[in-house]
Design a protein. Structure first.
Length: 109
C-alpha cells in the first residue's frame, strides 16, 4: 500500500508554522484543443520533520489526514535553496551607511 502513494516535487514557499511547510508544485501541460501551454501551480501544506527552509526543493508524499489542511509529508529534501544569513552586528552596518554619502560631506565642513 505504501508504494502506491503519490509523490510530488515542489518548492517550499513558507515555513512559518511549527513542523509544517507550504509546498508549491508547478506543472505545465498543453491545452488539448488550442495547443497553448498552460501553467498551473498548486500549494500543499505538508508535515515537516526534516526542517526544510524557504526555497528548498522537497519531495512530498501522500499520507493519512494529519490535520484539517495537512495530507502530505515531506519525504526528503531534494536540494537546498539559497538562504540569506544576516550579520550579527547590524549596528556597524547602519553606522557605515549613515556616515557616507553627500549629506555626510556637507555636514563635515
Amino acid at each position: 500500500m505504501k508504494g502506491n502513494r503519490r509523490r510530488l516535487t515542489g518548492k517550499v514557499t513558507s515555513n512559518k508554522m511549527q513542523k509544517t511547510v507550504v509546498v508549491q508544485v508547478d506543472s505545465r501541460h498543453r491545452h488539448p484543443l488550442y495547443g497553448k501551454v498552460v501553467n498551473k501551480a498548486a500549494r500543499f501544506m505538508a508535515h515537516d520533520e526534516l526542517g526544510a527552509a524557504m526555497g528548498d526543493t522537497v519531495q512530498i508524499v501522500e499520507s493519512r489526514p494529519i490535520s484539517k489542511m495537512k495530507r502530505w509529508v515531506v519525504e526528503k529534501i531534494v536540494n537546498r535553496g539559497y538562504h540569506v544569513v544576516l550579520p550579527a552586528d547590524e549596528a556597524a552596518i547602519t553606522e557605515t551607511t549613515t556616515t557616507s554619502g553627500p549629506a555626510a560631506e556637507g555636514s563635515a565642513e
